[in-house]
Write a protein of this length. Structure first.
Length: 276
């Protein structure tokens, strides 16, 4: 269930938004001002709906703060201000969409669903690209994803387009994957080691990684290890015990358990499947 965080000072509009989204199966968190917004736990938020004009500030500054903290969770601005400068500013500071009041429930719902689908597809894209070097061939495999159409477009008639990482996200993920590559056989590697090497705060690291990949840091490390294990199995050069230690899981039984949980079969079954 996706979590939507609403920051809207108008009680009537806030109530209508909350009811609409809850009826569609979303979990909703509400705030009437920035002070209240700052007090709530936002770690699991999947999308923000931010009013621009608030009693103690504005939604633009809230978005800027989120982005400065490394948060890449989608943001939709809600406002009665429809001038081009305001719209441009909202998008320039990191907003993903800008909806002017009054708006229809159907339109808002479509925009929310579209952004959440985009985010899910991006997470899949990032995760598929984590290990883009195939050991057996030495060739780089560039994953291709398709972008989601906008709410105004007919989904069935929209041709797929290449989905690309932003430069900052690519830099973050490349450095993180590089660190994992360097420490793949290090069974003592912990999250704080990655945080220190990336020179970011622990909270920024957790939020950015979760938003980009859908994974918590521990899950990310484990998934990287298992992805590398599949590549090593495909070479046919090592036995399972060797591979277990090569990917930093120093207990072959636990390695087999983790592998099956992620791949859906044991390492031996996977080897037989790929014919090695």
């Amino acid at each position: 269930m996706a979590v939507i965080n609403i920051l809207e000072d108008d009680e009537v509009i806030r109530g209508q938004l909350s009811q609409l989204l809850r009826d569609k199966g979303y979990e909703v968190i509400e705030s009437a001002d920035i002070s209240g917004f700052n007090k709530i736990d936002r770690e699991n938020t999947d999308l923000y709906l931010l009013d621009v004009y608030l009693p103690d500030g504005d939604g633009f500054s809230v978005c800027e703060k989120l982005r400065s903290e490394g948060c890449v969770t989608p943001v939709i601005f809600l406002t009665s201000c429809d001038d081009e400068d305001s719209i441009t500013k909202g998008l320039d500071i990191g907003g993903d969409d800008y909806i002017t009041k009054p708006f229809s429930a159907t339109y808002l719902q479509a925009r929310v669903e579209n952004l959440l689908m985009q985010r899910k597809k991006l997470q899949s894209f990032y995760r598929d690209s984590l290990m883009h070097i195939n050991i057996s061939t030495g060739q780089e495999e560039v994953p291709v994803a398709t972008d989601m159409p906008s709410a105004e477009e007919d989904v069935s008639e929209t041709p797929p387009t290449t989905l690309e990482m932003s430069p900052n996200d690519r830099k973050f993920m490349d450095k993180l994957v590089g660190l994992m590559e360097q420490n793949m056989d290090n069974g003592e590697l912990v999250v704080d080691d990655l945080v220190r090497e990336l020179a970011v705060s622990r909270s920024v690291f957790f939020k950015k990684l979760k938003t980009l990949t859908g994974l918590a840091p521990i899950e990310f490390i484990k998934e990287m290890r298992i992805k590398r294990a599949t590549q090593l199995i495909e070479t046919g050069e090592f036995n399972m015990t060797q591979i277990s230690y090569m990917v930093g899981i120093n207990d072959p039984r636990y390695f087999s358990k983790c592998f099956k949980a992620q791949v859906g079969m044991t390492p031996t079954e996977y080897r037989d499947r790929v014919g090695r």
